[in-house]
Design a protein around this ligand. Structure first.
Ligand code: EPZ
Length: 419
């Protein structure tokens, strides 16, 4: 397994280009199953999670071609079973349920296991399918959903921990070919949900209200092929803004939609950093150690859970005491024990992390656990004394395209050691 050596102490400056959004590309690639015609998707990032999704589409029978960031998919004839050996590697594979149910009226996908950030149930996805007249059963670790016909219905998709992003995507993808009107209340409003709705509408769907808590879908008979450009990855952008806050003099991000990350830029400004937006560029100027913050992760447009670990890395050296409360994945603190090995002073009380700023962090061998925690450990290493060795780097490669090369392009000193 590869590992990354981060030699701390370098200052970052310059420009970095942000890739297309992983969390938008995944459901959009799944949505290509809804038509027999070819679809062309631009700005698809080169990530292992995307590779797994393309494997699933091929396994289902779709023709898949990839030429650098452009993916062409044609699903003329498809099966309806997504295999365990691929699904177990990426729980987001669950988002093929909706398009397979919509087009073939049945789908079998291995149940996504939990993961280190917590339990990953799909009860709300199934509740949405039931509202369309589908039934489901669990057999041999698979979930099978099926329907004689799909009829539009009304469903409230709010769970005890808020809306569901992939659940909203799945129900939307099943509803576009249902007979009649579907209303999704308490829908997720993330930019990635809007991007998927825009792609589906380009295919001939009739979806209104994406980006709000109420999405209304008029079912249509069939969808046609379409061409689409995936939105920029707001979490990669936030991650590089935090890198600029931790180690930057002046770092500029290109190809960013700043309107997708106002909660993150607002937090960084409150922590004392200067942020300027100029079209699709965002610049952050470092000015020493950050000011402590109180943050609570919330559904979009609130502060994103996918940026919580990165902020822990930044606030570990803030003047004062910061408090972070994780309301979406309350156990999402695998990075804390590793940061404490670097000298961070963080204590956990259930979903709340109390972070007492320290003068210095020291490099150490640390273990990557999940995608965002791993990136946060690299960020912590940027300003630590000495070398931070991040093991199990495959976690990072799931969601960040060439993060070591991009950071080195800004002046970091990061080595990737092939295992
Ligand atoms: C998406 O996951 C993202 N993944 C996650 O990003 C992100 O953290 C999450 O949304 C929240 O924003 C992709 O888009 C591929 P949810 P998703 O359903 O849709 C509970 C990353 O780092 N819930 O919005 O799976 C669930 O347990 C990844 O890129 C139910 O209870 O998350 C969680 O507590 C990590 N029942 C909360 O809702 C359900 O049926 C939000 O989950 C579904 C979810």
């Amino acid at each position: 397994m590869d590992k990354i050596l981060v030699h701390g102490g370098q200052s970052l400056s310059g420009t970095v280009k942000i890739s297309g959004s992983k969390n938008s590309a995944l459901p959009i690639l799944a949505a290509t199953l809804l038509t027999k015609e070819p679809c062309v998707i631009h700005h698809v990032p080169d990530l292992s999670d995307i590779h797994y999704m393309l494997q699933i589409l091929s396994h289902l029978g779709a023709q898949v071609e990839r030429a650098s960031g452009v993916v062409t998919v044609q699903a003329e004839k498809i099966g309806t079973e997504a295999p365990y050996e691929i699904v177990r590697k990426m729980r987001a594979s669950v988002c093929v349920l909706g398009p397979l149910l919509g087009r073939e009226k049945e789908a079998t996908v291995s149940l996504p296991g939990g993961c280190v950030i917590g339990d990953r149930p799909i009860d709300l996805h199934l509740k949405g399918f039931e509202a369309l007249g589908a039934m489901h059963r669990i057999e041999q670790g698979n979930v099978k959903v099926f329907a004689g016909q799909l009829v539009g219905g009304v469903v409230n998709l709010r769970g005890k921990l808020g809306p569901t992003v992939l659940g909203t995507d799945n129900v939307m993808m099943a509803a576009v070919l249902a007979e009649g009107t579907t209303v999704i209340d308490s829908a997720a409003a993330e930019p990635e949900v809007v991007d998927l709705a825009n792609f589906l509408n380009a295919m001939g769907a009739k979806i209104e209200g994406a980006g709000t808590r109420r999405i209304v879908i008029e079912g249509v008979k069939e969808l046609h092929g379409a061409e689409h450009s995936v939105i920029p990855d707001r979490i990669e952008a936030g991650t590089f803004l935090v890198a600029g806050a931790i180690a930057g003099k002046e770092v500029t991000l290109k190809r960013v939609d700043a309107s997708h990350l106002t909660a993150v830029t607002d937090a960084l400004v409150r922590s004392g950093f200067a942020i300027t937006v100029n079209g699709d560029s965002v610049t952050i100027r470092g000015n020493g150690d950050p000011t402590a913050l109180e943050l609570t992760t919330e559904p979009y447009p609130g502060f994103p859970t996918d940026m919580q670990a990165q902020m822990c890395a930044l606030l570990s050296k803030a003047r004062g005491i910061s408090v972070i409360t994780e309301t979406i994945f309350p156990q999402r603190y695998m990075h804390v024990s590793e940061m404490k090995r670097m000298g961070a002073d963080i204590s956990l009380n259930g979903p709340t992390a109390i972070i007492k700023g320290v003068e210095r962090l020291s490099g150490a061998p640390v273990m990557a656990s999940d995608l965002r925690a791993s990136a946060a450990l690299v960020l912590a290493g940027l300003k630590a004394d000495g070398v931070t060795e991040v093991n199990r780097v495959y976690h990072i490669d799931r969601g960040y395209e060439l993060i070591d090369e991009k950071l080195n392009g800004l002046g970091a000193n990061i080595e990737r050691m092939k295992a």
